[in-house]
Design a protein around this ligand. Structure first.
Ligand SMILES: C[S@@+](CC[C@H](N)C(=O)[O-])C[C@H]1O[C@@H](n2cnc3c(N)ncnc32)[C@H](O)[C@@H]1O
Length: 186
């Protein structure tokens, strides 16, 4: 699936909306690294926080099972428009905040998720928002679920370890800026 937003348009969103928080979409090197040793085909319900223009979304749709669902939760209106152009019946795009994951799952007929992938900028959030998102994500995941977080540092670990027992760290230098990946399980 081709990219739908140019780097220039993405950069414009970065200027207009501080929550976009990155100059460019994540590189495919980093997307590939985030899903290293993960069988996306084995998940039935995946949730993505902050999909942006869809760098992770497109890869997940390529690798997901035909009967799986991907719920993409995004706050930026222009990103939502671009995501809505992806023609795939497995994708549900919701313009909302990640904090509302539990209600969003319920509205779409699901009790929980198998995997949540997050690109939202933790450092830009208020402390209570960070804590709410991590706690609600853990509650929304099934017992074997995984929370994959990618950021510009490992800063989020101190919040993630309050709710998750195991956090595997990974790093992709071939991204601007380099990407820090945390895979969390209960
Ligand atoms: C660093 S960008 C990542 C974009 C894309 N996933 C990528 O890797 O190229 C962060 C994205 O999170 C979105 N975002 C920020 N806060 C959010 C929130 N509370 N809930 C959902 N999306 C949010 C922003 O609008 C932006 O699209």
């Amino acid at each position: 699936m081709a990219r739908a937003m140019s780097n220039m348009e993405y950069f414009r969103q970065f200027i207009k909306d501080k929550n976009v928080a990155s100059l460019f979409p994540t590189s495919q090197f980093a997307v590939k690294r985030a899903f290293k040793n993960i069988n996306l085909n084995g998940y039935k319900v995946i949730v993505e926080y902050g999909p942006g223009e869809g760098a992770f979304t497109r890869r997940m749709l390529n690798e997901m099972a035909p009967d799986a669902t991907l719920i993409a939760i995004e706050t930026n209106e222009e990103m939502v428009k671009v995501l809505n152009e992806i023609n795939d019946k497995r994708l549900i795009v919701v313009k909302d905040s990640a904090e509302n994951i539990k209600g969003i799952l319920k509205q779409n007929g699901f009790d929980n998720a198998d995997c949540v992938v997050s690109g939202i900028p933790f450092t830009f959030l208020k402390r209570h928002q960070r804590e709410n998102i991590v706690k609600r994500t853990r509650e929304a995941l099934n017992g074997h679920g995984m929370f994959i977080v990618y950021q510009n540092s490992y800063y989020a670990v101190k919040y993630l370890e309050k709710e998750f027992d195991h956090i595997a760290r990974d790093f992709e230098p071939r991204n601007i800026p380099p990407l820090f990946i945390m895979r969390c399980t209960i």
